[in-house]
Write a protein that binds this ligand. Structure first.
Ligand code: CTP
Ligand code: MG
Length: 226
């Protein structure tokens, strides 16, 4: 595989959010000696031929990375794209920068810096085996109810994580009408595509509030480097 050849895998790391619940642009904060974004890009880079990093437009020109070139795989390519006002817009902007002959595309939230190599391998294996899309999921611990009343059957629910993997043409197709969703596998499922669910990990949390940063730092201190 290489960035120009058939069979190439490209990753889009979406990092253009404002972190309103966190209170800052969480993707750029330090987590145990490396930025949240660098951690996410580095793991994605180990499983792809190239990464498109999608950042706020104000950051595109001056985006710096603490990653040493030696840490990134040989021949690896990094592109930078400007994000949009919503996550889905940011994914589309990233997708526009993915080479046309890429066969598979991964979409990963920069805000999940603890995604494991095993999760990347699982979603990639699923699309290589013929699924249109694959996503890690975990069981839901809390009972979920509507504010207006009525609880959902927890055993029927899963929480969706990233990285999500796609056949590239499927991801391009479902984004053609500029839909909005908080993830991309849902778009493939709504379009009738074949979606595979793989085992996610509780450790693969999405940094949402500042408390989550403490939890992630704890994981790194107690569980070794990610
Ligand atoms: N994201 C993006 N572009 C947007 C919105 C979100 O690239 N317009 C990215 C975020 O940077 C993050 C991922 O999508 O890596 C998941 O989004 P979320 O956790 O909701 O992050 P924010 O939108 O930044 O946070 P908040 O919703 O609290 O403002
Ligand atoms: Mg958001």
């Amino acid at each position: 595989m290489n960035s120009e050849g058939d069979g190439a895998i490209w990753a889009i790391v979406v990092a253009a959010g404002s972190g309103s619940r966190f209170g800052a642009a969480k993707q750029f904060v330090d987590l145990a000696g490396a930025s949240v974004l660098d951690r996410s890009v580095l793991t994605a880079a180990r499983h792809s031929d190239g990464v498109v990093v999608v950042v706020p437009s104000s950051e595109v020109a001056g985006l710096s990375s603490g990653l040493e070139s030696g840490e990134l795989p040989d021949g690896f390519e990094r592109r930078v794209a400007a994000g949009g006002p919503t996550r889905s817009e940011s994914v589309r902007n990233g997708l526009a920068a993915v080479p046309h002959n890429a066969e598979f595309v991964l979409v990963h939230d920069a805000a999940r810096p603890l995604a494991s190599d095993a999760i990347f391998e699982s979603v990639i294996a699923a699309v290589c085996a013929g699924a249109d899309a694959a996503t890690p999921v975990i069981a839901v611990a809390d009972t979920i109810r509507f504010r207006s009343g009525g609880a959902l059957d927890r055993d029927e629910l899963v929480a969706v994580q990233t990285p999500q993997a796609f056949r590239a043409e499927v991801l391009r197709l479902v984004h053609q009408q500029s839909p909005e969703a908080t993830d991309d596998v849902s778009l493939v499922a709504d379009a009738g595509g074949r979606v595979e669910l793989v085992a996610g990990e509780q450790r693969n949390l999405k940094l949402t509030t500042s408390y989550d940063l403490e939890v992630a730092a704890f994981h790194l201190s107690s569980g070794g480097e990610s």
